[in-house]
Every structure is written in C-alpha cells, then in structure tokens.
Design a protein around this ligand. Structure first.
Ligand code: AMP
Length: 394
C-alpha cells in the first residue's frame, strides 16, 4: 500500500509518498507560495530533482499538481491506500491518531481558536484531499497528542478556573510526534521496553521544546497553550515575565499584533544576536568573536540546562537525555554547552564522541556517566506514515 503524508501550511503543502509497510519514501516534495504569482512545485525521487513553476491559486490546485507529479513518475493513483495529515492542535480531543470523519473535522475546526495559524490550513488540506481522493481513508496525527498524558499539576496554569473550563486555557505541548519517535528509538537503543524508559527528550530546531517522559509517556513539556512558551528558539522568546507583554502595551504603546510579532518573530536567537535566527550562522559568528552571538548561545544553553535539571527532579531516575531536530542532531557546540557542569547530576558528556557528530544515532555519554546522552535524528513523517498505515490497513 502507498501512503501519502501531507503537511499543509498557510501557503505550502509538504508531501512524502511512502511504500508501506516497507517504510520506503518513493517521492517527496513541496508546493510553495500557494496563491502567489511565483508559486512552485518541488519534486524529488530516485534520479529526479525538479523545481517547476506552476499556477497554484489555492490548496486544491496544489494537491492536484502533487497527484499529477506522482502520476507522471509512474505512481498509479489507485495504489494510494491512505492519506496521513499532520495536524498541529488536537486540544483535549485527541490523545491518539484517528481516522478522519465529520466529527474529527469539527473538532479540528473547534481547536482552531487555539492554533489560528496552523489548524485552518491543516483542515483545508484534509478537505481538499477528501474531495480529490474520494473513498481514500484520511488520518490525522496531532502534534499535541503525545502530551495528553501529562498530569494535571503539569498542565494547569495558576489562573482562575474559568479560563480553563470555558476557554481551554491550559498547557498542551507540541512536537509530540517527534518526542514520541525519539522515545521509541531511545528505548530500542537502550534495550528497554518503551513503557520502562524514563527520558528527557530535547527537540531543538527553529522551534524547540523539551519533554519529560516517564514509562514512555509524556509527563511534562516546555511548550504550553501555544508554541511560544519554554526554551529560547530561533525567533521566539520562550519563557518571560508575563508582565512584559503588559509593559510593551501599556508603557510602550504597542498593539497586541505588534507584541505578538515581537515575541514570535523578532526575539530568540535573532533578537539576542541581532544577526540571525539560524543557529549555524549564530555559532559561526560567535566563533569569530561576535559578542552578542556568543551571548545568544549562552542564554539558549543556560535555559535548556535549567530545564534538564528541572526534569531530572520531575523524573527522579533518567535513563537518557536525547537530542534531536536540526540543532540537537547537528550541533556539537549546542549539546556541549547544554550539558556543561551537569556531571554531579549524572550526565557526563564524552567530548570526543560528541565532537563533529552529525545526523546519526549515537550515544555520546562517557562510559562512566550515570545516564546516557543520545543523539537521534527525528522522523515525524515516518510516524505519520506508520500510524496512517496501521489505521487504514485495520
Ligand atoms: P529544524 O527546525 O529542525 O529544521 O532545525 C533548524 C535549525 O537547525 C537551524 O537553526 C539550523 O541552523 C540548525 N542546524 C542545522 N544544522 C546545523 C549545524 N551543523 N550546526 C548548528 N546548527 C545547525
């Protein structure tokens, strides 16, 4: 069976075509700048790498171009057994992957209030796929689902009750598909059953979050109601004094939209360094003596180190700290800075094993370290393909 994995954004559709259960990616690509004059389609397959200018007025046209490209590459559409959709916010409605029906669509729509930038395009992708591929099962995999196992003490904000009961204001967490993938891989690497493993999983990309995992289940995570809470990210501030947005509005006269833009798009590594949101560029500048770039990396690492300490307290016993996503998989500098000084806590990074390690699974802890320190490249699309195949194949 073939499974098409779709990640529909506001102006893009990323796709991967898997042959399942072999878990082989046959085609991958992206429709970009939907609705703009310079829209394009990128398609990659064995021996194929093309970028084509296309007229893409809307998501329906985008998906048509994807299916046309697959047909051109010799993939008969009647071998398409299911479509798996990445959906950002499942609220409290979804703790697992589900087959999409009208009730699921309605719940995704309801949760759009919590993720106004993400859920509407995700839902659009679902509706377009249902129309273009009638009769093909559609599956939704939620970024929030893995964290639905958090205990109430971890997901509550200390706010008046009605904000939660009437408006759903609570901590949800994101990157769940990635935290789940590395949890399963880490258990395999450690030779433990998934339900026996305690981990601190660090998803460090342009967006970043850490999860505390007890017995294979998320018991805390750094992102909250939205993906703005927690760590210092590429352009997001992460945690700050909640009075700061009030100060920006009442004292500096900024509008809510300006505050939103400042905290989500102009802060983090970019705001601190004044240079870039890209960790690699900031690392290069810091190495060349750029003072603000060095400080940006230090603030980022310090905040991550504090979370690792806090989650060690949450879990008691930790089998491994796991690094994943762009920075976690590739940056020996970020890993070394985060783990610095944690030896008394049981985390002893082996500098030689860490140095230069990029994009592959490895244990970079010293042999005498109490806990392991693992690097695991994440694969969210594979999780979506597996879940989709399982549900579609019954
Ligand atoms: P992601 O959002 O997971 O794609 O991660 C993107 C981030 O990973 C960007 O900040 C990149 O600069 C960072 N990254 C990728 N490769 C490296 C590398 N070799 N060294 C440092 N950062 C990297």
């Amino acid at each position: 069976m073939r499974v098409l994995v779709l990640n529909s954004g506001s102006s893009s559709i990323k796709f991967q075509l898997y042959r399942m259960p072999e878990e082989v990616v046959e085609v991958r690509g992206m429709v970009e700048r939907i609705g703009e004059p310079d829209a394009s389609l990128r398609v990659r397959a064995e021996g194929v790498d093309e970028r084509l200018k296309r007229l893409v007025p809307d998501h329906a046209a985008g998906l048509h171009h994807v299916l046309e490209a697959l047909a051109r590459l010799g993939v008969p559409l009647d071998t398409l057994g299911a479509v798996g959709h990445r959906v950002v916010h499942g609220g409290e409605d979804f703790a697992h992957t589900v087959l999409i029906d009208e009730a699921v669509e309605a719940a995704v729509e309801r949760n759009s209030a919590l993720a106004p930038l993400h859920n509407p395009p995700n839902l659009l992708g679902i509706r377009v796929a249902r129309e273009v591929l009638p009769g093909v099962p559609q599956v939704a995999v939620f970024d929030t689902a893995f964290h639905q196992t958090m205990p109430e003490a971890a997901w509550r904000y200390a706010l008046p009750e009605a904000l939660y009961t009437e408006h759903g204001v609570r901590r949800y967490g994101f990157h769940g598909t990635s935290h789940r993938y590395v949890t399963e891989r880490a258990a395999a690497m450690l030779g433990l059953a998934v339900d026996q493993v305690n981990l601190i999983t660090c998803h460090l990309g342009n967006g970043a979050s850490v999860a505390a995992v007890r017995g294979g289940r998320s018991v805390d995570t750094t992102m909250g109601l939205t993906p703005l809470e927690g760590l210092v990210m590429g352009t997001r501030s992460g945690d700050l004094d909640p009075a700061i947005p009030l100060f920006l509005q009442s004292t500096l006269g900024m509008s809510a939209a300006q505050v939103d833009k400042l905290l989500n798009k102009e802060s983090g590594l970019l705001g601190l360094s004044g240079l870039s949101n890209d960790a690699r560029a900031v690392e290069e500048a810091a190495a060349a003596g750029h003072e603000r770039a060095r400080l940006a990396l230090e603030v980022q690492a310090y905040r991550l180190r504090k979370v690792i300490g806090a989650y060690t307290a949450v879990l008691g016993q930790v089998h491994a700290v796991v690094f994943t996503a762009g920075i976690g998989e590739n940056s020996d500098v970020a890993r070394a800075m985060a783990m610095e000084g944690l030896q008394p806590m049981g985390y002893w990074l082996d500098e030689a094993k860490n140095a230069g390690l990029r994009g592959r699974e490895a244990d970079i802890a010293h042999l005498d370290s109490l806990s392991r320190i693992l690097v695991i490249p994440t694969d969210e699309e594979l999780v979506i393909a597996r879940d989709t195949y399982e549900l579609a194949a019954g």
